[in-house]
Design a protein around this ligand. Sequence first.
Ligand code: ZN
Length: 87
Amino acid sequence: MMTTETPPNVCLKCRKLLDRASHPEAEPEPGDLSICIECGHVMVFDDGLRFRAPTPEESMRIATDERVRQMRANIQQRQRAMRARYN
Ligand SMILES: [Zn+2]
């Protein structure tokens, strides 16, 4: 897993500060998807590696992308485990 520092961004949904991106083998590039580690929200890196909302076309692709579905499931599972530990 490669982790790359990015400009500081806040999640467009939960406002978590995010300044790193992890990927199995690549650094983030404009147009790549970013999935918030906190809430699983899916965003897109713009030309300056800042978050923007997906376009309607991108949203359609995201909705049917099996890798995105799997990653979001992993994040939600981790969140449930964290909540169970602290409740
Ligand atoms: Zn978030």
